[in-house]
Design a binder for this molecule. Sequence first.
Ligand code: ATP
Length: 235
Amino acid sequence: MLKVNNINVFYGNIQALKGVSLEVIEGEIVTLIGANGAGKSTLLKTLSGLLKPKSGTIEYLGEPISGKAPQSIVKTGISHVPEGRRVFSNMSVEENLELGAYTRKDAGGVRKDMEKVYELFPRLLERRKQLSGTLSGGEQQMLAMGRAIMAKPKLLLLDEPSMGLAPLMVKQIFNIIEQINKDGTTVLLVEQNANMALSIANRAYVIETGRIEISGTAAELQASEEIKKAYLGGL
Ligand code: ATP
């Protein structure tokens, strides 16, 4: 579904991604784990068109997408939930969800997906008239995910959905990611919480200072001594 081939991405003179290649197959949950500053967010921003690679290619559903504008990438079915769950704080929950569907013309489908989002996140239904800026951190994360679902993505890019959330909320969010995947959306999940990410992923990549250093099935990575020491807090 998605093939990233040898991309190099710079911020001015600083090279944030160094020859990164990875693949996501339709139906999978793939996770990208790595420490602070490793380049995880940079990769997602590049996939959604916010950054342009200096070299290398990105192919999505058989078509090259590197260099395309973010709006046209959204239309191809890629939806990005950025780190820090940016919601429009002076708009209501429901208005934020409606905005997520702004590229769609199928009003009936949009209404159905709104119901689906409220089913996945009953908390958002309770608070649908509330101003988004007054939601708790976890609720804002739900809203950011809900808004992305409203775009009806084929591929969902999630940037650290667990950040700053209490353990119970993290569990809930990960259950919902699995649910969204079962309903037919492919997921590329960036996480520092490697334990949780590997527990729901099919495959994983580890990125260190801009380079993919390790890749394998989630089970292989969970069993690896190197990964346990560096990322799973184990001995
Ligand atoms: P974190 O988990 O801390 O969010 P990350 O893996 O997502 O980290 P990135 O945000 O992709 O890391 O950053 C990769 C590198 O690029 C870092 O060294 C960072 O300082 C640098 N970087 C990110 N954004 C910019 C920018 N706008 N200008 C210059 N350098 C940047």
